[in-house]
Design a protein around this ligand. Sequence first.
Ligand SMILES: Cc1cc2nc3c(=O)[nH]c(=O)nc-3n(C[C@H](O)[C@H](O)[C@H](O)COP(=O)(O)O)c2cc1C
Length: 334
Amino acid sequence: MRYGEVAAAQRRPLDSDGGVGELIRLATLAANSHNTQPWRVTAGDGQLVLRPDPTRRCPVVDADDHHLWASLGCAVENAVQAAPELGLHATAAVTDAGVTLHLERAPAADQGASALIRRRQCTRTPYDGTALAAEELAALAAAGGDDGGVELRLLIDARDRAIALDAILEADRRQLTDAAFRRELFHWMRCTDGEALARRDGLAARVMGAPRLPRPLVRALLPVVLSAAGEAAKRRREMASSAGLAVFTGPAATPAGWIAVGRAYQRFALEATRRDLRHAFVNQPVEVAQIRPAFAAALGLGDRRPDLVVRFGRGPLAPYSLRRPVAEILTPAA
Ligand SMILES: Cc1cc2nc3c(=O)[nH]c(=O)nc-3n(C[C@H](O)[C@H](O)[C@H](O)COP(=O)(O)O)c2cc1C
């Protein structure tokens, strides 16, 4: 199958008789850092346990595993929201190992979550520059905040957006001039459809809006493809075209706090999808530890740590990313 066919097949409609296999498929369509899909799932009696997969860490961009735990939270939220369509009620409990989803039989109820989960994507193109209505902003704010101790701040006015742009540009510059960051990013880049299809993870060129070229050629061209000046121009365009930014701060800098942040982002993203709005992460200011406190202070976030930054607006959908097969992440209970 070709790339687009595989991506579409992975987002086929939910088979309501498909049980936990379907629940896991929907869970893993969640956003996750660098599309490493850093999770393992164990299916047991009336439960699923989601654990981080340490082999899929990103030690440079995510030294404290903050993104890894947030990614797990994104998958948990998808599972909780999709469960009713499978006649299940899922309750999430954070443990030292990860997250246990307790599954109970419940009358099947279709609130449309699986359709949104299948349609959601990070859209890295520029948007159309139009503003959002107050009602749209209120719906996004309600979906993404005020639960599990997560706070969501929407940056709409020119001052806040300028603060964010400055922080993004400076953090981007530092990352792009860091050889270890570039090595890690290149490791997760899938330069051709063939590479993406073979691994079904990582950042596919067609998803990133990059030309599809053989890996050795991309390696040789990396100084041009990922030049600090080129990326800065791209960021400015993206930000100018966006209606605003969402900054998520979690209740605590712990795995449980980051899981809560991931869940809040995923709710925000599903609500945006429901309203045919697009979004993409611009996390640079929270990834570079030397920038993060100044970014938080400039936005008046007090001692709360900004965990995720997302731009949003209107625009067409872009190509979808791939996922590994459920069988590859599933470990039967011992
Ligand atoms: C915690 C977290 C951090 C992320 N950071 C970035 C980022 O800095 N830049 C970016 O372009 N995408 C970022 N993403 C988006 C992922 O790359 C994306 O979710 C993944 O490639 C899968 O694609 P999809 O969300 O379109 O399904 C992040 C996602 C998560 C959950």
